[in-house]
Design a protein around this ligand. Structure first.
Ligand SMILES: Cc1cc2nc3c(=O)[nH]c(=O)nc-3n(C[C@H](O)[C@H](O)[C@H](O)COP(=O)(O)OP(=O)(O)OC[C@H]3O[C@@H](n4cnc5c(N)ncnc54)[C@H](O)[C@@H]3O)c2cc1C
Length: 452
C-alpha cells in the first residue's frame, strides 16, 4: 500500500531501543485516508512499540494571521480527538516544526513525515533528516498520484500532464486501509498543550489579528470537509461542467481550504465521487481535470521549479514579451494599498477583492480576472506578481499553496501559449470586463458578494 508513496530521507537505521514511533504531522492534518499515519501504525505494530503523533505550532509562519490559523486549529483539534479515539497519543506543542520534531525524536525509533512541495517546508524536512539520529521516512499523502511517478521533470502543459497521469492512475485508485493498533499509547508521558476551544488555542499565539476570521463561510475540520463533499456530490456535481466557470452560481466544491490544510485527502474525494458516478461522466471528467490534473500539475511545478513564487520563474517567452511592454502606458496604476482595499475604478475587480477579504476565497473565474488586472494596472510585471502573491497568501484560506503559485503564474503565461500581442500584456492571454459580461451574470455576482 505504501511503496510508491514512501521515501527514506536519510541513511540511518531505526533505533530499536527507542521508546516510540514518532509521526510528526504537518501537511496532512487528518486521521482518515492518511498514508503516513497508517505507515506509522504498521511500523509500531511490527516493532511492538507505541505510536506518538505530534503537531507543532508557531506564530512565526508566513502571514500568520487569525483567519487561517483559526481554520487550521479547528481542524487540528478534531483530528487530535479522532486519532486519540484510535488509542494513539497526540501531542500539540508550541515550537517550530524542525526543533520540535528533533526534540521528540531523541527518544524515537524513527520519524515519519508527510511530503510537502514548497521550498520552506522542503527545507524543514531536509533539516530534520540531516540532524536526526534515527531513520526518517516520508509519505506522499496529498496527491492522487505521486508526482515523481508521473514525471521526473517539469511538465509545461496540462494536456501533457493529463496524458502521463492517465497511464498510471488506475493502480493508485485504492482506499487507504486502516490498520488496528497493537499497543495503546495514550498513557505515553509526553507534554501536550490542551485546549477546550479553538479560541482558547488562538489566544496563546502572537499572530496578526487584523485579518478577520471567516467562520460564517468556512469552519475547519475533516467533518466539515466531508459535509461539503457530500453536498457537492448530491447537489452540484451533475452541473459542474456547465457551471463551474460561472461565479454568479455556486456549483464548485469549495473544498480548496480543506485540501490545502490536508483536512481531506484528494484520493478520498475521487473514490467517493466514483461511488456515485461513472468515471466517464462529463462532469466527473471536468471535476477530476481540476482536482487531479491541475492540482497535481501545480505540485509538479513547485517541485521542479524553485522560482515558482517569483516573476523570474515564468517561461522565457512570457518574460520577454512582458519586458518588451514594460514601458507601455497604463490606463490606471494602483498601489498595493489601493488593491488591498478594493479601491480600483473597476466594480467587477473590486467585487472579487471584496469576496477575498470577506470570505477568504475568490471563485476561480474571477481569480483569473483578478490577477490579470493586477498585471494591467501595475507599473511593472514583477511588482504585479508580488502583489498577487501577497494578497492571495495573506487573505485566502487556501493561499500559500502550490495551486496559488501555479494559478498566479498561469496568469503570467505558465502552462499557456502566446496569444495575439497587445499593450502591456504583450503575448500573454488577456481578459476584460466585456468577457465577464458575455459569459455570466456579473451584476448578480457583485450583488451576491455585497450581500454575503
Ligand atoms: C490567480 C489564481 C490564484 C489561485 N490561488 C489558489 C490558491 O491559493 N489555492 C488554491 O487551492 N487554488 C488556487 N487557485 C486555483 C483555483 O482558483 C481554486 O483551486 C478553486 O477556485 C478552488 O475552489 P473549489 O474548491 O470550489 O474548486 P473546484 O472547482 O471544486 O475544484 C476542486 C479542487 O480542484 C483544485 N483546483 C481547482 N481549480 C484549480 C486550478 N485552476 N489549479 C489547481 N487546482 C485547482 C482545487 O484543489 C479545488 O479545491 C488559483 C487560481 C488562480 C487563477
Amino acid at each position: 500500500m505504501f511503496e510508491e508513496r514512501l521515501e527514506k530521507l536519510n541513511n540511518l537505521p531505526d533505533n530499536l531501543s527507542g521508546k516510540y514511533i514518532l509521526y510528526s504531522m504537518e501537511a496532512s492534518l487528518r486521521e482518515d485516508f492518511n498514508f503516513s499515519l497508517e505507515f506509522a501504525i504498521q511500523k509500531a505494530n511490527k516493532l511492538n512499540k507505541p505510536l506518538l503523533v505530534s503537531f507543532f505550532i508557531t506564530d512565526k509562519y508566513k502571514h500568520s494571521n487569525q483567519r487561517y490559523y483559526k481554520f487550521m486549529i479547528e481542524g487540528i483539534l478534531k483530528t487530535k480527538k479522532a486519532i486519540e479515539e484510535r488509542g494513539i497519543k497526540f501531542v500539540i506543542q508550541k515550537d517550530d516544526y524542525v526543533n520540535g520534531t528533533l526534540k521528540l525524536s531523541k527518544e524515537a525509533v524513527c520519524i515519519v513525515l508527510d511530503k510537502n512541495y514548497l521550498k520552506t517546508q522542503r527545507k524543514w524536512r531536509e533539516n530534520i533528516a540531516k540532524a536526526s539520529q534515527v531513520a526518517v521516512y516520508q509519505l506522499e499523502n496529498d496527491v492522487v498520484v505521486p508526482i515523481q511517478v508521473v514525471s521526473d521533470k517539469p511538465i509545461p502543459y496540462a494536456y501533457l500532464y493529463r496524458d502521463r497521469l492517465n497511464k498510471v492512475i488506475d493502480r493508485f485508485l485504492k482506499p487507504v486501509e486502516k490498520i488496528d493498533l497493537k499497543v495503546n499509547s495514550k498513557d505515553l508521558d509526553v507534554e501536550s498543550l490542551e485546549f477546550k476551544t479553538p479560541d482558547e488555542f488562538l489566544s496563546i499565539l502572537n499572530i496578526d489579528k487584523t485579518v478577520s476570521t471567516v467562520d460564517k463561510y468556512f469552519v475547519g475540520g475533516y467533518d466539515e470537509a466531508e459535509k461539503r463533499l457530500k453536498e457537492f456530490i448530491e447537489k452540484k456535481l451533475y452541473k459542474y461542467k456547465e457551471f463551474r466557470s460561472d461565479p454568479s452560481k455556486d456549483y464548485t466544491s469549495n473544498l480548496s481550504p480543506y485540501l490545502h490544510f490536508g483536512q481531506i485527502s484528494p484520493l478520498k474525494i475521487v473514490l467517493e465521487v466514483l461511488k456515485h458516478y461513472d468515471k466517464n461522466d462529463e462532469n466527473v471528467v471536468s471535476f477530476f481535470n481540476e482536482l487531479i490534473v491541475w492540482r497535481e500539475l501545480s505540485r509538479n511545478f513547485c517541485w521542479y521549479n524553485p522560482l515558482y513564487n517569483q516573476y523570474e520563474g515564468i517561461p522565457q517567452w512570457a518574460r520577454q514579451t512582458l519586458e518588451e511592454h514594460k514601458k507601455d502606458k497604463r490606463d490606471y496604476v494602483y498601489s498595493l494599498q489601493e488593491f488591498e482595499e478594493a479601491k480600483t475604478h473597476d466594480p467587477y475587480w473590486n467585487a472579487a477583492q471584496k469576496e477575498l477579504l470577506k470570505t477568504g476565497k475568490i471563485h476561480n473565474y474571477m481569480r483569473m480576472y483578478w490577477a490579470k488586472k493586477i498585471i494591467e494596472w501595475t507599473e511593472d510585471p514583477k511588482q504585479a506578481f508580488d502583489i498577487a502573491c501577497y494578497l492571495n497568501d495573506k487573505y485566502a484560506l487556501d493561499g500559500r499553496d502550490p495551486n496559488g503559485y501555479g494559478g498566479i503564474s498561469w496568469c503570467f503565461g505558465t502552462f499557456d501559449r502566446p496569444w495575439q500581442e497587445r499593450k502591456v500584456f504583450g503575448k500573454i492571454r488577456y481578459m476584460n470586463d466585456k468577457g465577464l459580461e458575455r459569459k455570466f451574470d456579473v451584476k448578480f455576482y457583485m450583488f451576491k458578494t455585497d450581500r454575503s
